[in-house]
Design a binder for this molecule. Structure first.
Ligand SMILES: Cc1cc2nc3c(=O)[nH]c(=O)nc-3n(C[C@H](O)[C@H](O)[C@H](O)COP(=O)(O)OP(=O)(O)OC[C@H]3O[C@@H](n4cnc5c(N)ncnc54)[C@H](O)[C@@H]3O)c2cc1C
Length: 496
């Protein structure tokens, strides 16, 4: 069971805004030293515990976080700069955050978000976000092929079947897709709408009001990311070091006059293994971002996801090479228990073993809005065990739970990633050398790779504005209007 560090004072319904504010702005903490064991990481990569005998001292770039975003930034800086030195700092084992604990779905959500995006940002920016996320998925698949990791990562190109469990959810989705197709006729055909009869008769899924197919994929992200890190270490042995088990505790900025080298290495990262000086600091810490950046707390907050692996004993045919699934329902909330059903289940199947990878949240809010992946919410696991057979029209509770674990996502106040240079108002430090790519709202496989690439290029002074959605940036207007603590509270409130 999880500790309750909010105190009973905040547990009454009347205190909801205070309670929610306290939830979203609390320190996510450092990644917990003993996380739950993710099925994807059961066989650790040879580099899982890699580190230099001594922490290097002076580096051009220090990247904090070794998930897919940290990888994308490191790869871009190394490939695009002829001589830059790069160190990746990781609190735990290599790729032990969300990337190593997720649902393995390569799928975009921009279609169902389109209506909101268009209303908030206009049709052009909303269309760019659709393009960016679908292009990011293609780039994931290209990366897997380039690094000869198709078999290793069990990558599948397939269709995702989005299933809507209520008529209201289905209607909202159809309206969003109709607006997408009206604003951007070139997107016609991206989504195929299905009625409820087709969903059950052709796809064997029960209890829906309708569904939709879209191009997608599945992957074993831990195997991909660790393999590419290993290749980078081999290619750039004198320019890249990876320091696992090296949490960064604090960051200090020195003014150029402080010492002769301060103008080159203006930042000191204080780690568990001593200090490291760097010219540029890149935050790829996603749900944990607020720990090193207190002024970002609430603008990004951690959100804990629960995953299971379940064995259906061949009761359902193996569709792992053709279909993955998402199940959408209106969020449910019990004010007495503060238990939130988040509104989404995600499901993929291993084409090799037939095992189902099934995730979703149904747990007390304070367990979900949390950076603690050292325990799994029992409520969520029970919910996932009960729900899965029913989607396939079975009432069989004997499907074996092979594995369950949790992981920490980064949710942003306005639902969009943050990619860019951090202003002093968010770092609390002087200096212009801190950058961030984070806040992927549970859709990292559709955003992180290109966000990391874009960030790397921006750091090197390149213009990425033709393809990075402007709404992902850290402009003053966003920080004033939408990326705010009240925004985060409202987003959570809309689920209650
Ligand atoms: C249960 C679950 C299911 C998900 N399912 C999907 C899915 O099916 N499809 C999808 O697209 N997305 C999914 N996601 C989201 C996706 O995994 C993330 O958006 C993505 O992996 C984010 O990558 P990242 O590199 O930014 O962050 P992470 O992979 O979390 O990497 C951040 C790293 O930073 C390290 N770190 C943090 N603070 C410090 C510090 N102070 N010092 C040193 N190191 C530090 C962490 O240990 C971590 O390894 C899921 C996430 C979870 C948790």
């Amino acid at each position: 069971m999880a500790p309750n560090d909010l105190g009973n004072h905040y547990r009454t319904h009347a205190d909801e805004p205070t309670y929610l504010s306290k939830l979203v702005t609390r320190d996510p903490g450092l990644p917990r030293p003993k996380p739950t064991e993710s099925y994807w990481q059961q066989i650790p990569h040879a580099l899982a515990n890699t580190q230099s005998p001594n922490l290097p001292t002076d580096r051009d770039f220090a990247i904090i976080g070794s998930g897919i975003t940290g990888l994308a930034v490191a790869k871009t800086l190394l490939e695009r700069h002829p001589s830059a030195t790069v160190t990746v700092l990781e609190a735990r084992t290599l790729c032990s955050g969300a990337t190593g604990r997720n649902g393995g779905q390569m799928a975009a959500n921009a279609g169902e978000q389109y209506m909101n995006l268009a209303e908030t940002h206009g049709a052009e920016t909303a269309g760019k976000i659709v393009d960016f996320t679908f292009r990011n998925l293609e780039k994931m698949q290209e990366l897997i092929e380039e690094y000869d990791a198709v078999e290793l990562s069990e990558m599948q190109r397939l269709q995702k079947l989005r299933v809507f469990l209520t008529q209201g959810k289905f209607d909202d989705f159809k309206k969003s897709i109709a607006r997408l197709e009206r604003d951007h006729p070139d997107k016609k055909g991206l989504y195929t709408i299905l009625d409820a009869d087709t969903v059950v008769e052709k796809y064997g899924i029960h209890g829906s009001s309708g569904g939709a197919l879209l191009p997608a994929g599945t992957v074993w992200p831990y195997r991909l990311v660790t393999k590419v890190f290993a290749a980078l270490l081999e290619r750039y042995p004198n320019r890249l070091t990876i320091e696992t088990h090296t949490p960064v505790n604090t960051i200090e900025h020195l003014s150029p006059s402080a010492s002769p080298t301060a103008s080159t290495y203006a930042y000191t990262l204080h780690t568990s293994r001593g200090p490291l000086r760097a010219g540029t600091v890149v935050h790829c810490t996603n749900g944990y971002s607020g720990h090193l950046l207190p002024d970002l707390r609430g603008l990004i907050h951690p959100f804990k996801g629960t995953m299971t692996v379940q064995d259906a004993h061949n009761a359902v045919s193996n569709q792992g090479s053709t279909i993955s699934w998402g199940f959408h329902y209106p969020p449910t909330y019990n004010p007495e228990t503060k238990r939130l059903g988040y509104g989404l289940f995600y499901l993929a199947q291993s084409a090799k073993t037939g095992y189902f990878y099934f995730g979703g949240e149904n747990a007390p809010l304070e367990y979900s809005v949390s950076g603690d992946d050292s325990f799994v919410a029992e409520e969520s696991v029970a919910h996932l065990e009960n729900a899965l057979p029913r989607f396939f029209g079975k009432d069989d509770r004997s499907w074996r739970l092979v594995s369950s674990w949790s992981g920490i996502m980064g949710y942003s106040a306005d639902g969009l990633p943050l990619v860019g240079r951090l202003p002093s108002s968010l770092t609390g430090r002087e200096g212009e050398g801190e950058w961030i790519a984070a806040g992927f709202n549970g859709y990292g496989m559709a955003n992180s790779l290109m966000s990391g690439e874009a960030l790397g290029l921006m750091i090197l002074g390149e213009d990425v504005s033709s393809w990075l959605p402007i709404a992902y940036g850290l402009g003053e207007e966003r920080l004033r209007e939408t990326l705010t603590v009240p925004g985060a509270i409202n987003a959570l409130k809309s689920k209650l």
